[in-house]
Design a protein around this ligand. Structure first.
Ligand code: NAD
Length: 357
């Protein structure tokens, strides 16, 4: 099947991508290539060891370490890291970690325009986008700016073998969500659709193999390949209902990012499938099921993903407010947004019922 469209606009960001087990050891070469010599290395507290290893690897090119990256990029942490970057006269940023660490790197780059090298260790895909979400006074605000797009990405399968299986599954579904929504994006183009389909296919084939043997570098490598494609698509086209629901549940109810994506995805896709069944055909073809929602629900359940928002700490009394917040501001979506239908969707996701029931 061709993804040809009669009319389209396609934009691609300039990014250099290197792929392969052990490629993290090429960070020094990439710093030189950028013309830099004083790197600030960023991580979360949990991944401080990975940041230390990288610092040892690059030797004198490491001017400093900052290991306090936090989920949802709080501004106060950015302010602290920015002061450190200025104090050590950093001329480039190295992020080793998932979306939280990449978020901190992007937040510093947004304020300084320093070049970034990202070494991703989850499948969230932030490294491949010019998007930054930051939190101030409990409110998460998202912006898009070319300054935020990392210049270099090093995908190293050896680093992702330490991602626990439960997080591996939810993070993969987070990536698949970018691709699934890209299939019906209003500003999609044939290339974004091809990337989305190939990204989902890569996960459908490799994720079950990773679950069976989390240390297998070939399967882990293919999941990272999927993450790159799905992240690239997220950077190229607009998202809709699924991302809006997850943003609401994460931002206003503090639900964890990847787990929320994993639970909401089959429900949001089922909601939209009624409006754009043809565009979602690749989902049923790739994941195997009667409908796109059932296909994703079956795949998620088969991978052992969480299925109930109740298990993430949401209360049933929160459902009305969540439905109100998620439908308050108008945004584009292929199916009409109806507050009661969204309340119904959230309740199904809360209880772990199959999508559309
Ligand atoms: P994360 O970066 O918060 O990581 C979760 C935890 O897992 C952290 O403690 C981290 O240190 C640890 N971890 C990560 N990789 C590991 C590994 N290989 N082994 C062991 N531990 C590891 O989680 P995430 O889901 O990657 O990122 C979520 C954040 O990214 C959210 O704030 C989300 O909004 C943002 N995000 C942004 C974009 C964008 O384009 N701007 C895209 C996707 C996600």
């Amino acid at each position: 099947m061709s993804y040809f469209q009669k009319k389209f606009v396609a934009n691609s960001a300039a990014m250099r991508v290197r792929f392969g087990p052990g490629v993290r050891h090429q960070v020094a070469e990439e710093i030189h290539r950028l013309g830099a010599r004083r790197a600030l290395i960023l991580s979360t507290p949990q991944q401080a060891d990975a940041a230390m290893d990288l610092a040892e690897d690059v030797g004198a090119l490491a001017a400093g370490l900052f290991s306090r990256a936090t989920m949802h990029t709080p501004i106060d942490v950015t302010t602290e890291a920015l002061a450190h970057a200025r104090e050590i006269e950093a001329d480039c940023l190295i992020a080793v970690g998932g979306g939280s660490t990449t978020g901190l790197s992007k937040a510093i780059a947004y304020r300084t325009d320093l070049p970034q090298i990202v070494v991703p260790t989850t499948y969230a895909g932030s490294e491949a986008t010019p998007i930054l979400g930051q939190t101030e006074a409990g409110r998460k605000v998202t912006l898009t700016d070319p300054k935020v797009q990392p210049e270099v990405i090093l995908y190293d399968a050896e680093l992702i073998t330490s991602l626990p299986v439960a997080m591996t599954v939810t993070s993969a579904l987070n990536a698949i969500a970018h691709a699934a929504e890209a299939l019906y994006a209003r500003d999609r183009n044939p290339l974004s659709t091809a990337l989305a389909v190939e990204g989902m296919r890569a996960f459908a084939e490799s994720l079950p193999r990773v679950i069976q043997a989390p240390d297998r570098l070939d399967a882990r490598g293919e999941t990272l390949y999927g993450a790159w494609l799905c992240g690239t698509v997220l950077g190229q086209v607009g998202m809709a209902l699924h991302h809006k629901l997850c943003h609401t549940l994460g931002g206003s109810f503090d639900l964890p990012h990847a787990e929320t994506h994993a639970i909401i995805l089959p429900h949001a896709i089922a909601y939209n499938a009624a409006a754009v069944p043809d565009l979602l055909t690749p989902v049923t073809e790739i994941f195997g099921g009667e409908t796109p929602g059932a296909a994703l629900h079956g795949f998620a359940a088969g991978c052992g993903a969480p299925l109930k928002l109740a298990d993430l700490g949401l209360a049933s009394s929160d459902l009305d407010r969540a439905a109100d917040l998620a439908t308050q501001n108008a945004y584009w979506n292929p199916a009409e947004i109806d507050r009661d239908a969204i309340r119904h969707l959230l309740e199904a996701a809360y209880c772990g019922r199959p999508p559309g029931s």
